[in-house]
Design a protein. Structure first.
Length: 134
């Protein structure tokens, strides 16, 4: 059911420093910082040959990653995103297996303008999983 790894998202306490490190130390292709007010984050996209890394930093009052950074002040992997062809079919299969789909189970439009869902980390080895329909 799941396909390619679309991205790995890393919450970072200092977005400019993290972007500079990926560009200058790791030699990656690093895009500009983009505010995503609907998602409560500022994002820097890093294009790798086979996938993407997204650096996430809280934006606004109720950012979903503010609490994560409180618990992990030096940053950390926040979620990984797998591609699926049919997000509603994927959701129904997951619900039938007993997995918990966050946010009431209705797909939202994610940071790439495509439908996404998040799965409860306690059901998947402590990893927050995002599914994106491509
Ligand atoms: Co994501």
């Amino acid at each position: 059911m799941i396909g390619r790894l679309n991205h790995v998202a890393i919450a970072v306490p200092d977005l400019a420093a993290a972007a500079a490190q990926y560009r200058d130390v790791l030699g990656a292709r690093v895009g500009p910082a983009q505010d995503e007010p609907e998602h409560g984050v500022t994002v820097v996209f890093i294009e790798l040959p086979n996938t993407k890394v997204e650096l996430l930093h809280p934006l606004g009052e109720n950012s979903p990653i503010a609490g994560f950074l409180e618990k992990n002040p030096s940053g950390g992997i926040h979620h990984i995103c797998y591609e699926v062809e049919d997000i509603l079919a994927a959701r129904d299969r997951l619900l039938a297996s007993g997995a918990r789909v966050l946010g009431g189970g209705e797909p939202r439009i994610g940071a790439h303008g495509k439908p996404v869902l998040f799965l409860h980390p306690k059901d998947f080895n402590g990893t927050l999983i995002e599914l994106e329909q491509v």
